[in-house]
Write a protein that binds this ligand. Structure first.
Ligand SMILES: O=C(O)CCC(=O)C(=O)O
Length: 243
C-alpha cells in the first residue's frame, strides 16, 4: 500500500487502489448475490433484475462481512488516521447490462452526515467498470467545497414525506466530471464531500460493485437528522480500533 493514499484523497477527493480484491474474492461476492452464472451472464430476466441491495450486507452476509473488516480495510483506516471507524451501511450495486440506472450527481455526506465530516466510501468493482457500462465519474477537488445539500428526516412531522432535501439539487456541468474506468477488483475510496455520479448502462456488459461507508466515531457526531440511524441503544458496527 502507498503512503500517498491520503495525499491522493486530499487532492482529488478520491483515490484508486488496483487489485484490491483477489480473483477468488471477487467470485465469492459475485456468487453471494446469485444473479449471474459461471460465464458472468445475468441469470434473471433483466427486466426483473435488481438495481441494488442494501444496507446490511456487512453485518448479515459472511462473505461481505469478511471483506468489509479484512486487514486491508483496517490498514487503510489506519493510514488515513481513523481511530474508531464504524460501518453504517453497505450495498451491492448491479448496474445490469442495458438497464442499469443512472446515479445522479451527489455527495455521500448529503446522506451520511457527521460533524466534523468523516464519511468515506469504499467502492469495489466486481466487474470491469468502463465508460460504456457506467463507471464512476468525479468532479475532481469538489470535496473542498463543503456539503451542498442534505437529505434529512423531515422536521415537519405532519408531512407525509418522511425524508426531504434541505436545498434544491445543484447543477453540475457534465464537462466538470472525469470518468474513472477501473478493472474488476479495484477499490475506489470516495471522500464524503466529493461530487460523483454514474451514467446509465446502455452496454451489453453488467457492472457490479460492492460498496460500504465508514465514519469516525471518536470525537465525531453522527447526525440525528440522517435517514439511517443505528438500532436503539446500539452503535453501528465498529470494525477497527486504533491502539
Ligand atoms: O455504483 C455507482 O454507480 C454509484 C455509487 C455511488 O455513487 C455511491 O456509492 O455513492
Amino acid at each position: 500500500m502507498r503512503n500517498s493514499l491520503l495525499e491522493e484523497l486530499e487532492a482529488n477527493g478520491y483515490a484508486v487502489i488496483e487489485d484490491f480484491l483477489k480473483p477468488d474474492e471477487i467470485e465469492q461476492l459475485l456468487e453471494a448475490e446469485g444473479a449471474i452464472d459461471e460465464k458472468g451472464e445475468l441469470k434473471l430476466d433483466p427486466l426483473n433484475a435488481l438495481n441494488k441491495v442494501g444496507h446490511a450486507l456487512h453485518t448479515d452476509i459472511p462473505v461481505f462481512q469478511n471483506i468489509t473488516c479484512c486487514d486491508r480495510v483496517r490498514e487503510i483506516c489506519w493510514q488515513l488516521g481513523y481511530k474508531r471507524p464504524a460501518v453504517p451501511q453497505s450495498m451491492y450495486i448491479y448496474k445490469n447490462a442495458g438497464i442499469g440506472g443512472e446515479v445522479i450527481p451527489h455527495q455521500d455526506a448529503s446522506y451520511l452526515f457527521t460533524e466534523p465530516n468523516s464519511t468515506l466510501g469504499f467502492w469495489i468493482a466486481l466487474q470491469d467498470a468502463t465508460q460504456q457500462n457506467g463507471c464512476l465519474q468525479f468532479i475532481k477537488g469538489s470535496h473542498k467545497s463543503g456539503v451542498h445539500r442534505r437529505y434529512i428526516r423531515n422536521p415537519d412531522t405532519k408531512s407525509e414525506e418522511l425524508l426531504v432535501y434541505d436545498r434544491a439539487a445543484p447543477i453540475y456541468p457534465q464537462s466538470s466530471f472525469t470518468p474513472l474506468p477501473v478493472n474488476a477488483g479495484t477499490l475506489v475510496l470516495i471522500h464524503g464531500n466529493v461530487v460523483h455520479k454514474s451514467d446509465l448502462n446502455r452496454s451489453n456488459k453488467s457492472r457490479h460493485a460492492y460498496t460500504f461507508h465508514i465514519v469516525e466515531t471518536q470525537n465525531t457526531k453522527w447526525s440525528e437528522e440522517n435517514w439511517l440511524q443505528p438500532p436503539k441503544d446500539k452503535e453501528f458496527p465498529i470494525f477497527y480500533e486504533a491502539e
